[in-house]
Design a protein around this ligand. Sequence first.
Ligand SMILES: C[S@@+](CC[C@H](N)C(=O)[O-])C[C@H]1O[C@@H](n2cnc3c(N)ncnc32)[C@H](O)[C@@H]1O
Length: 154
Amino acid sequence: MTDFKNVVMNERLYGYMLAQAQPPNAIQAELIARTRALGESAQMQIPHEQAVLLTMLVRLSTAERIVEVGTYTVYSTLAMALGLPPTGRVITCDVSEEWTAIAQDAWRAAGVADRVELRLGEAAQTLRALPTDAAPARTCTSSLSPSPPRHGEV
Ligand SMILES: C[S@@+](CC[C@H](N)C(=O)[O-])C[C@H]1O[C@@H](n2cnc3c(N)ncnc32)[C@H](O)[C@@H]1O
């Protein structure tokens, strides 16, 4: 008997799933291309379908404040910012100046630069430095890196 609870993802099913999702817009497509050009590290970028889900979850949760650990080349940050209302904010942190350098262009082009704040440095320090009086009504924490190149105490 087939166990329908555990459907194995294959190329056909994945293709079908992608066909149902909103495709990357021009800014996202450029971000994917620029990230791929970085080489091996590009595998850290979340796939587009996860970005679609993130935007939707942020919108549905009506979150207004998001703290993200692990910006990389900002694909997930952009996705979450797109789900926020104009008054919403994402604080995103990363240790890499090189990888996050792509950020400003993408946020500006997408019209969400005023919703995003990048903090460079160890996540643990960034999180500790968050003001407690700015405690958000709703916070969504996202994108903790399980992968190289760096892990510290978070
Ligand atoms: C898997 S990537 C994040 C992918 C990203 N969310 C996206 O959608 O493209 C992980 C990121 O976490 C960063 N990172 C790893 N350890 C960190 C730490 N201790 N503090 C801050 N950033 C860290 C890495 O520099 C890397 O850019």
